[in-house]
Design a protein around this ligand. Structure first.
Ligand SMILES: [Zn+2]
Length: 129
């Protein structure tokens, strides 16, 4: 009866945004990817997605999220670097999301071309109806 271990452990750690570890997730909120989380630095609670975590910790203004007052400039530099590396990695892994209207045909866009493609200009097939 000890199922209190980390349940997200099975997830590939690679794809997890790095700043989650600086907050404590209290629980999920039904609908959307929102959660309730508490900042590990200032102990304020927020509700929202990773965007809010990022805005708070990285002190991004103009987002409607209060900036963290406890994150030092050293911490900030470290977090910005981690987030930057994560975004770079994510940009490599994920192809650019093309807004398709046909939500039905969700084929494997993950198929190939992951081996040698410095700039995969997959810009084909504009389905004109
Ligand atoms: Zn904070």
């Amino acid at each position: 009866m000890s199922t209190d271990s980390v349940e997200e452990d099975s997830n590939s750690n690679n794809s997890r945004p790095p700043l989650w570890k600086f907050v404590t997730v209290e629980g999920k909120i039904s609908g959307g990817g929102n959660v309730r989380f508490t900042c590990n630095y200032c102990n304020k609670s927020f509700t929202g997605s990773y965007f809010r975590v990022k805005s708070h910790l990285l002190k991004i203004g103009g987002t409607g999220v209060a900036k963290c007052l406890k994150v030092s400039s050293n911490d900030l530099v470290m977090m910005q670097r981690e987030q930057g590396e994560f975004e770079t990695r994510a940009a490599k892994v994920l192809p650019k999301q093309v807004p398709l209207l046909t939500s039905n045909s969700r084929t494997n866009s993950f198929s190939s071309s992951a081996s040698t493609g410095p700039s995969m200009g997959t810009r084909l097939m504009i389905i004109s109806h």
